[in-house]
Each structure stands twice: as structure tokens, then as C-alpha cells.
Write a protein of this length. Sequence first.
Length: 68
Amino acid sequence: MPATVRDRIREHAADAGLDVSTFLTIAAQAQRDQQDRVRKIFEPFEKARVEAEEEAGAGIWAGDDIEA
């Protein structure tokens, strides 16, 4: 990790009154919570996409009944 990144993390942690470990733990938890919210929002769309792909794969396509 570049020194400039480490220094910024230390500065932000100090500004928050936290040690670096606690600061990074809180940041990781916040990131996880955000990802969980995004997954929950997009879950119905992902389910619909999967169902549509399954239906499309099971359908009869033009030309399927043509024998070679």
C-alpha cells in the first residue's frame, strides 16, 4: 500500500478519534452493509433475469423442427 494511502487512513482515523484497526473495521462493516442493501434491491431483478434465461433456453426456436 502506498505511503500516501496509509497516511490518509491514519489521518481519517485520528480525526474520528479511533485507532486504525477500529477505523478499518468500521469501514469494512459499512461496506458490507452497503453491499447487502444493494443485493437486496437488485434481488428481484436478478431472479427475473434467471427465470427469463431459463424460459428462453426451454423454448422452441424457429427452425427447430427442420430436419437436416
